[in-house]
Design a protein around this ligand. Sequence first.
Ligand SMILES: [Zn+2]
Length: 124
Amino acid sequence: MQQDKEDNPIKRMAELLRQGATLTDLSCPACASPLFRLKDHTLWCAKDEKKVVIIREGQEPPKQTTPTQNNTTAYDKLETTLMTKITDIQNKIETSQDIDELQKLTITLTELLNSVEKIKKMKA
Ligand SMILES: [Zn+2]
């Protein structure tokens, strides 16, 4: 664990969500982090801190056929589960006014985002 130099992208992700950005199922072409859709519909990579343009949005990128696809399926499932939880938590964060609860939610969200990022990297 030596990622101090980049000022914790996960924290920035949590912050984006608090500001009303939504997590998409797209990943950054450069670093494979989950991308966010900002309120003005811009796709944003919280890790690179830059706007990302996906040419054919909404279309599945062609899946690479590698000999071992089993792991990918397991990761996909896990990722879907995590994304569902993230959405749940995001909704709770939007409605909660309780500072303690918000803090707990943010920590959970941070951990979930971390996991999703790891899965995306393993899949990449
Ligand atoms: Zn990126």
